[in-house]
Each structure stands twice: as C-alpha cells, then as structure tokens.
Design a protein around this ligand. Structure first.
Ligand SMILES: *[C@@H]1O[C@H](CO)[C@@H](O)[C@H](O)[C@H]1NC(C)=O
Ligand SMILES: *[C@@H]1O[C@H](CO)[C@@H](O)[C@H](O)[C@H]1NC(C)=O
Ligand SMILES: *[C@@H]1O[C@H](CO)[C@@H](O)[C@H](O)[C@H]1NC(C)=O
Ligand SMILES: *[C@@H]1O[C@H](CO)[C@@H](O)[C@H](O)[C@H]1NC(C)=O
Ligand SMILES: *[C@@H]1O[C@H](CO)[C@@H](O)[C@H](O)[C@H]1NC(C)=O
Ligand SMILES: *[C@@H]1O[C@H](CO)[C@@H](O)[C@H](O)[C@H]1NC(C)=O
Length: 430
C-alpha cells in the first residue's frame, strides 16, 4: 500500500514536471511569435525538437527552462513581459543588446511568478515606461502601491524577490526609482544607467545590504547623494555620474570596500572631504565636472591603491599636495581647469603626466607646464619661495625618480591587469 502511494506520488511529480516543461515550451513559442526576428536567431525554435535544445535555451535537470540567452540577436518588437511569469522556472534572462521596445510597466498577467529569476539583463534595448515598483516587491501591500500609481504598475514582476542581477541600462525608462527597490534583498548588481530617470535617489537604497555594484549614471536624477548609501557596506562600485545631483560629497561615506567611485558631471558643491581617504581600496575616484571648491586635501595621498584620479573642471584652489606624488599606482591624473596655483611638486608620480593633466589652472607652474611662475599668480606666499628654493634639486632628482616610477607603474599595471579587467567588464556591461 505504502509502496503504491510512493509510486503514485512519484508519477504525480513526474506529471507535474512534464506539464511545467510543456508550459515552458508554449511560453517560448509565444515569445518567438511575439518578436520580430529578421536574422532568424530563433530558427531552431520549432515544436519538432525539444525546447531544451533550442538556440539560447538551457534547462535544469528537471527539464524546466532555466536560462534564456538571446543577447545581440537583432530581436525587435514589444517586450514579452508575460513570458517572465509564464516561465516560472526561469533563473536567468538575457535579452540585452536587441531592439526590444515597448513599456515594461503596462501589461497584465495571469498566474505564476518569477520567484526563480536571479539574473535579468534587458540593457541596450528600447524599453520605455516607468520601472515597475512591483519588480521589487512581493509584499501584500504592493497592490495598494499599484492602485496609488493608477494602474501603470503591472503585477508582472511582482515576486522577483530572488533577483540578484538586474541590468536595465541603455533603455528609455523614465520616472523615479521606486523606493521599494530596497525590498530586493538579494540584489547585488543593479544597473539603471543611461535612461531618463528623474527624481531623487531613494535613501532606501541604503537598505540594499547585498548590493555590490550600483550604476545610476547618465540619467536626470536630482537632489543629494544620500548619506544612507554608506550603509551599503558591500559596495564595490558606485556610479552616479552625469546626473543633476546637488549638495556636497558626503564626508561620512565610509564605504571601505569601494573600488570605483564616480560622481562626475553633476552639480556638487562644497569641498572634497578629507575623509574620502578612508576608502583604502579605491582604484578610481572621479569627481570631475562639478562645482567643488577649496583645496585638494593632503589626505588624498593616503589612497594608496588609486590608479585613476580625475578632479578636472571644478573650482579647486590652493596647491597640489605633495602627498599625491607618493601614489605609486596612479596612472591617470587630471586636475585641469580648476583654480590651482603654485608649483607642481616635482617628484614621484607627478612627474609622469602630460600637460593636459594640469592645463587651465592659471596659477600653476613647473614641469610639464612652463617653469616660469606666472607674474599675476595669486599665491606668492613665503611658503612658495621656500619650495622654489628646492625646485632645481627636486627637478634633478626627478629624472631617475621618473624612470623608477615608470618601472614601478609598469610592473603595477601588469600585476593589476586583473583589477582593470574587472573594471572593463563592469564598464562594458553598463
Ligand atoms: C525545426 O528545426 C530543425 C533544426 O533545429 C530543422 O531541421 C527543421 O527543419 C525545423 N522544422 C520546421 C518544421 O521548421
Ligand atoms: C506571487 O506569488 C503568489 C504566490 O506564489 C501568487 O499568488 C501571486 O499571483 C504572485 N504575484 C505575481 C504578481 O505574480
Ligand atoms: C526565492 O526566495 C524565497 C524567499 O524569498 C525562497 O523561499 C525561495 O526558495 C527562493 N526561490 C528560488 C528558486 O531560489
Ligand atoms: C546617455 O544616455 C542616453 C540616453 O538617455 C544615450 O543616448 C547616451 O549614449 C548615453 N551617454 C553615454 C555616455 O553613455
Ligand atoms: C546644474 O548646473 C547646470 C550648469 O550650470 C545648470 O544648467 C543646471 O540647471 C543645474 N542643475 C541643477 C539641478 O542645479
Ligand atoms: C583632463 O581633463 C580635461 C577636461 O576634462 C581634458 O580636456 C583632458 O584631455 C584631460 N587630460 C587627461 C590627461 O586625461
């Protein structure tokens, strides 16, 4: 009797699996029928072969469609969003670099969900509409949120709580970033760059405890850089560049894991906080094209791993701190178009850059700029005369130093290729 029950139970399980697999096949075929496929990328998708053998499809051991990769396949037409809910076993969907259009916020759906979805890459398409807050939440309250937003929100992506990677960059998404995004407690990579997003950066992003890469660049976001982001202790890359952000660079952003911090092309004011030096893993610090004023803090010289330091096109004044000369890995340095003055410290890494790294600072002089101190230089302090005395010595010492630092830099570049490959992958996948 017991044996019979177990048997029946197993048969039932197998039956369910077969039904689910058949429903996956139907969902895939409806996807095929719904999109334009001029280069016949989906030619192998026909009912005479099992769907697990179709181009771009990978199945789980249970025969469910687990992964669909159709990146760069010249697919066009409107986004088959219901596919996500019909293929409930889907863990990875990559439709990036196609010409898929339409709104991701305007469809209606049947049962099912996307609890399994972990990797969603829709970047480089032509998707429009608002980001469905329901992409982000499985809470029972979400239907109320939907009503408040007058039905523009589909329940489609409602249960995607296991999403770890959501790449929606290079589309036409507009509206604000839904604060509820913080409910995606498994998210580690979120890219919304190069859309038309407006409004403030929700402070609730600070509750994304698992987030490692956060890319919001090239939108029209305004308001402050929320200090709450400093709660994202796992952040390695934070890109908020090319927005309309105002306020200051938060001084208490103790994100010690951060490798890339890009706040360039915004309207940030105030000074460069010396506390940034606590980010000891920083590889790239880009604050260019803002309205930052005041001196470059001496403590920038404590960013021992920094390789790219771009402070150009701001209103920074005072001298270039000597400490920067000691940043052995620095290979891309730019302080052009500021109000810096005095002599460029003639030592270490600072002797390896071209004049375009320093140009546009009327008070700045010394190699690689002219050696002649500008007559109308605003800062002709006693201190300056002192450093001027040591100028010739430093210049002579600078020659072997240049060669040594070149060797060090070359070795470092080879050693750190891995780091820059990571960086390359990240910037390609923006
Ligand atoms: C289905 O695809 C296979 C190749 O994957 C092809 O040989 C076959 O002709 C196709 N059948 C139909 C009906 O298109
Ligand atoms: C979320 O999952 C629940 C239970 O699995 C289901 O009843 C509901 O319809 C799903 N919601 C969406 C929007 O798919
Ligand atoms: C998704 O997350 C829920 C908890 O939110 C968990 O119970 C479930 O097993 C996860 N599903 C998958 C397929 O990872
Ligand atoms: C910025 O976003 C727009 C679309 O909003 C896109 O056309 C442009 O290429 C993006 N710029 C960069 C530098 O990525
Ligand atoms: C940012 O600065 C630009 C250039 O000065 C200005 O046109 C724009 O209105 C400013 N935006 C905000 C939000 O302050
Ligand atoms: C430094 O920045 C300025 C302005 O942003 C740019 O014109 C120049 O090419 C840059 N120089 C280097 C070496 O990156």
């Amino acid at each position: 009797m017991a044996g019979f029950l177990v048997h029946a139970f197993l048969l039932q399980l197998i039956g369910i699996a077969i039904l689910a697999a058949a429903s996956d096949t139907r969902a895939l075929l409806s996807l095929k029928n719904g999109v334009g496929d001029p280069s016949r990328s989906l030619e192998s998708w026909n009912a005479s072969t099992p769907s697990c053998q179709w181009q771009g499809v990978l199945c789980s051991l249970h025969g469910r469609v687990a992964s669909l990769s159709l990146q760069n396949s010249e697919l066009r037409g409107s986004f088959p969003i219901e596919f996500l809910t019909r293929c409930s076993g889907l863990r990875r969907l990559d439709l990036s670099q196609n010409q898929i259009s339409g709104s991701i916020s305007g469809a209606s759906f049947g049962d099912g969900g996307c609890e399994s979805l972990q990797w969603l890459d829709l970047s480089g398409n032509d998707l429009a509409g608002a980001i469905p807050p329901e992409l982000l939440t499985a809470s029972p309250a979400s239907s109320c949120v939907g009503e408040q937003l007058q039905g523009i929100v589909p329940p489609a992506l409602g249960n995607c709580t296991n999403l770890t990677i959501a790449l929606l960059s290079y589309n036409n998404l507009h509206g604000a970033i839904p604060p509820d995004i913080s409910r995606l407690q498994n998210l580690w990579w979120l890219s919304l760059s190069s859309n038309r997003l407006t409004g403030k950066i929700p402070p609730s992003l600070g509750e994304l405890q698992t987030i490692v890469v956060l890319q919001l660049g090239n939108n029209s976001l305004e308001g402050d850089v929320p200090l709450e982001l400093s709660k994202c202790k796992n952040l390695i890359m934070l890109d908020l560049s090319a927005n309309q952000l105002t306020g200051t660079v938060p001084s208490r952003m103790e994100l010690t894991s951060l490798i890339v911090l890009t706040l360039s092309y915004n309207n940030l004011t105030g000074g460069i906080p010396g506390e940034l030096s606590s980010m000891q893993n920083l590889y790239k610090l880009d604050l260019a094209h803002n309205f930052l004023a005041g001196p470059i803090p001496e403590s920038v010289g404590q960013l021992k791993n920094v390789q790219v330091l771009d402070l150009s096109e701001n209103f920074l004044s005072g001298r270039i701190p000597d400490s920067i000369a000691g940043l052995t890995f620095l290979f891309n340095f730019n302080v052009s178009y500021n109000r810096l003055s005095g002599m460029i410290p003639q030592k270490g890494q600072l002797t390896t850059f071209q004049s375009s790294s320093f140009e546009g600072n009327p008070g700045l002089y010394g190699f690689p700029l002219s050696n002649i101190r500008p007559r109308d230089s605003p800062a002709l302090s006693v201190e300056e005369h002192h450093s001027d005395d040591g100028y010739r010595e430093e210049l002579l010492a600078g020659v072997p130093c240049f060669i040594i630092s070149f060797l060090v830099a070359t070795t470092a570049t080879i050693l750190l290729t891995r780091a820059s490959q990571v960086q390359k992958v990240l910037s390609l996948r923006r």
